[in-house]
Design a protein around this ligand. Structure first.
Ligand SMILES: [Zn+2]
Length: 230
């Protein structure tokens, strides 16, 4: 019998495999992303419900064979029913988990991203405002991944005037220091700084208008991709 291992993780994504199998990507507390293959999962789910649903917190027992982690048992720890009961919350959770999928590598022993993602899902499940919470989560995940944007004034001179967004340079860059394009509104600059600083419970109560949220979401996405391609 192969040696059994155990892990606690959040289901980031699932994908059908062969006739009745499923591959689940977990964000674990001890080894970053972990892909587990659940043999016969789709057949079993018809009888016993789907423990491996996206955003669930699960405990898995698995063994390795030819480099694959094969699921032996799965235990549902937390299902976040309020997230699943409300479409905007579910969409926010899925968008957040896609960030973890992109930023957390396989085999990473740091438990930080797991703890952060769990706190994000718990806040979302308890009724936090989805938009600000998600941006706060993304900013923290960037920091934990070593890609924190520089948000305290211009990254070269520290100035507060005429700040533009420079994903390549790593954050705010003023026009005098070579920042290109339209300067960002002072309101956007302050809000982004607040989102990076406020703790989760407070973040989930922050009222930010939709247009500003959309704009900041675009800036962070652009930033993430620029940082990952460096
Ligand atoms: Zn400057």
């Amino acid at each position: 019998m192969a040696q059994l291992s155990r892990a606690v993780g959040i289901v980031l994504r699932t994908q059908n495999h062969a006739e009745t199998d499923r591959i689940a990507v977990l964000l674990t507390s001890t080894q970053g992303r972990l892909d587990v293959l659940a043999k016969g999962a789709r057949r079993l789910e018809r009888q016993s419900g789907a423990a491996l649903d996206v955003s669930n917190l699960v405990e898995v027992i698995y063994y390795r064979r030819r480099g694959l982690a094969l699921l032996k048992d799965v235990d549902l720890r937390q299902a976040f029913p309020c997230i699943k009961g409300e479409l905007p919350r579910l969409e926010t959770a899925l968008a957040g988990l896609a960030w973890a999928m992109r930023l957390v590598p396989k085999g990473q022993p740091d438990p930080g991203p797991f703890r952060l993602t769990l706190a994000f899902l718990e806040s979302l499940d308890r009724g936090a405002l989805p938009g600000p919470l998600k941006l706060g989560y993304e900013l923290r995940l960037l920091s934990l991944s070593g890609h924190a944007p520089h948000l305290e004034g211009c990254l070269r001179c520290g100035g507060e005037e005429g700040l533009t967004w420079s994903p390549q340079e790593g954050g705010f860059l003023c026009r005098a220091c070579g920042g290109e394009g339209e300067p960002l509104s002072p309101k956007l600059v302050r809000t982004l700084q607040g989102l990076a600083r406020l703790p989760f419970p407070a973040l989930g109560r922050l009222q930010v208008d939709e247009a500003l949220l959309g704009k900041m979401e675009g800036l962070l996405l652009e930033f993430r991709e620029a940082q990952l391609s460096r």
